[in-house]
Ligand binder design. Sequence first.
Ligand code: HMG
Ligand code: MG
Length: 307
Amino acid sequence: MTRPMVVRDASLPAAVTIYEVGPRDGLQNESAIVPLDVKLEFVARLVVAGLPVVEATSFVHPRWVPQLADAAELVARLPLDGPVPLPVLVPNERGLDRALEAGVRHIAIFASATETFAQKNLNSSLDGQLEMFEPVVERARAAGLDVRAYVSMCFGDPWEGAVPVDQVVATGRRLLDLGVSQLSIGDTIGVGTAAHVQRLVGAFAEAGTGVDRLAMHFHDTYGQALANAHAALQVGVTTFDASAGGLGGCPYAESATGNLATEDLVWMLDGLGIAHGVDLDALVRTSVWMAGVLGKEPASAVVRALA
Ligand code: HMG
Ligand code: MG
């Protein structure tokens, strides 16, 4: 069988947007530097496979993430005016300057819901990161860019343990107040479970932030990513971050492993009869090719089954 049987659950959304993060979150954790031409082909193949958004790279400090030190060269050769948005991560004004110079149209800032990870990932405090982001969002919007915001460590933090739901909502609300269009709720170390996901989405709703402003960003460290995505569908979430082949992890988060694999998400959505626009076969071929380049087995169960 190369496709699941379709059994539509009318209580779930009819269509979702998959926000592909493979070239950024997927590759940032790889220690062997991937050649620029391979990265370009990766992005191009993901676009051809029908992914509606492909996060391409990061304008962070090259010493912090050496794999993405070629961000400007990469972006210079990407079709930035094409129909598929190709956002990049930007942590600060220096990153924004570089992104603007490169002609980027979509950026994502990335915040932490915890004090410790703000220090580890951004060399900043929880409050300090918001001060750092404020001029970034203001200037980016004035230049006509779309700005998304990630919130990391929303379900648990390797240094601080459990993270209170209210703390996540408060951080998310401060980012929305800066003027970002969408919040991506990150389970950076993959410790969240289904009811926790629904409680967090509910807490955002109680605070006035509906599911139309939220995306879910699951890592699969504890094998919960797909179950958590299903739980999020049940409460109406329609944007999901995923990484081709299940690549990924954050070099500054202890125990973070791969993202929810795009193929695993697509298989589940296909079975549920939820539209997503992605060509699963083209995507699997892309992940098999990338696994060959990286010299490792794809983490995605669906890729392994179909390949
Ligand atoms: P810092 O060392 O505090 O930087 O790092 P600084 O502001 O003190 O500046 C020091 C030097 O760096 C200066 O140069 C700056 O110009 C330069 P000098 O004057 O010494 O020659 N600099 C830069 N150069 C290039 N690009 C820049 C930049 N900024 C400063 N953007 C900084 C602060 C934020 C830069 C650093 O902490 C950093 O780059 N962090 C990025 C870490 C990262 O990329 N983590 C992975 C992404 S987050 C993630 O994966 C989670 C997510 O997937 C969601 C989830 O799963 O939860 C999004
Ligand atoms: Mg991530």
